[in-house]
Ligand binder design. Structure first.
Ligand code: SF4
Ligand code: SF4
Length: 225
């Protein structure tokens, strides 16, 4: 999922300062899981904004606001309401904000679309409702088959493909002693799997051009460009 945190209220109010009538759009996907933009958070913010003199034109929370197939059926019927609003405020990731902007443009509307959250990366839920961690950096060329299912690109502070670097102490990373060394974890995991021979192989440098942004996935062709 895309992790999000709430922007401070002062920042949201500053973004909305020129606008009185506000349409609120949440996201019942990732933002709901992060407790930043689900139905409840949208309703709470609506009350807060009303207390600060805003008129809430509508509240809508598509199942996945970043996905046109989910957000368009919710937002299109609200076109007249969107027209009535001075601005939209989206409680979703940066992608959700931009898909909302894109949809308003396809409806022929030019409205400010503001963001109420900060996106903090591709995260995976480890403790539901409590902790989500970064496990994958979307490098486009996955090496997990060779590393026991532990990502060195993301979990090693130096993103080493052939580790450890020699600085690890008592299993901890030299860059951050509070973190386990990713390559010690990989070694332990491969040993437990009876696959420690994999560590004798040199892993070729990655083709980091596959991480060049912005990437477009052509879904039917399975191709990224
Ligand atoms: S190697 Fe790591 S960053 Fe790359 S796709 Fe696999 S998990 Fe993600
Ligand atoms: S100590 Fe381990 S995790 Fe830290 S930089 Fe070196 S190899 Fe990577």
């Amino acid at each position: 999922m895309i992790g999000t945190t709430k922007k401070p209220l002062e920042e949201v109010l500053a973004a909305l300062a020129p606008h009185r009538k506000v349409a609120l759009v949440g996201c019942d996907g990732c933002a709901k899981i992060c407790q930043t933009g689900g139905v409840d958070e949208v309703a709470q913010l609506a009350q807060t904004l009303e207390a600060h003199g805003k008129e809430i034109v509508f509240q809508a929370t598509p199942e996945r606001t970043c996905n046109v197939a989910k957000s368009d059926p919710v937002l299109q019927p609200l076109k007249e309401k969107i027209e009535e609003a001075d601005a939209l405020l989206v409680l979703g990731c940066g992608g959700a904000v931009q898909i909302t902007r894109h949809l308003t443009e396809t409806y022929g509307l030019t409205k400010p679309v503001k963001v109420g959250l900060n996106s903090v990366g591709h995260l995976d839920t480890v403790v539901p409702g409590a902790v989500a961690t970064e496990e994958c950096s979307d490098c486009g060329d996955c090496v997990l088959n060779d590393t026991g299912g532990i990502c060195p690109v993301t979990r090693c502070a130096k993103s080493l493909l052939n580790g450890p670097c020699g600085g690890a102490e008592a299993g901890k990373c030299e860059v951050d002693h509070s973190r386990d060394c990713a390559w010690i974890l990989i070694y332990e995991r491969l040993k437990a799997l009876g696959e420690s021979d994999r560590l004798k192989r040199f892993m070729e440098p990655k083709d980091y051009s596959r991480m060049a942004k912005p990437r477009t996935l052509y879904i039917k062709e399975g191709r990224v460009a």
